[in-house]
Design a protein around this ligand. Structure first.
Ligand SMILES: [Zn+2]
Length: 194
């Protein structure tokens, strides 16, 4: 029986690298992988996914209003679906993936963030916690040595910000994974962390 997997971690926990390594391992065993990534808007197409350790692969972009069941039906002989940045999928799209797992018997592996820069669950991640069969944490370490659980967003000066939209486009270098205690301390002291 196929399963729905949620593999979550903070920024810098090598989620994308692990997604691409997983893809490689499946393909090495002769299986066909459908690699997808949510769009930040209504556009679809293809995008090159790069991990910081140098791995890369082309993914199909899933638009915000896309029914993943319909896109999946147009694919041929898919053995497994891998999702990068799954936190940006909608609740409906997670449910569509759940249907594919149940009724098409295709495993779906979702890699993404648990929470946003205010330590609040993304809607897609919340839905995955509710309906995934297997949930795994990919760990990252805070500068202090504790496990990093918060994706702190930084301003241009390197100070932690606590206001703004959940999605900051093109701002991947504006984040730093921290433990909760260091995050709160950085906010209170208003000091530069990067
Ligand atoms: Zn810390």
């Amino acid at each position: 029986m196929a399963k729905l997997y949620f593999k979550y971690g903070s920024m810098g926990s090598s989620k994308t690298a692990q997604a691409l390594i997983t893809k490689y391992n499946y393909e090495e065993n002769g299986m066909r992988v459908w690699l997808i990534k949510p769009a930040s808007d209504s556009r679809d197409g293809e995008v090159l996914i790069k991990s910081r350790v140098g791995l890369e692969a082309t993914a199909e972009v899933v638009a915000q209003d896309c029914d993943i069941r319909e896109s999946f039906a147009q694919q041929k002989n898919v053995d497994v679906i891998i999702v990068d940045e799954c936190q940006f999928l909608s609740v409906e799209q997670i449910d569509q993936l759940r249907e594919i797992v149940d009724w098409k018997n295709v495993p779906v592996l979702c890699f993404g963030l648990r929470t946003d820069f205010l330590s609040t669950l993304f809607p897609g991640s919340r839905r995955l916690f509710e309906v995934a069969d297997t949930i795994t944490e990919i760990k990252a370490i805070c500068d202090c040595g504790a496990k990093a659980t918060v994706n702190a967003r930084l301003d241009a000066d390197g100070r932690v910000v606590t206001q703004g939209a959940q999605l900051l486009l093109g701002g991947n270098d504006r984040y730093l994974a921290m433990c909760h205690k260091c995050w709160i301390r950085s906010i209170r002291e208003g000091r530069k962390v990067k």
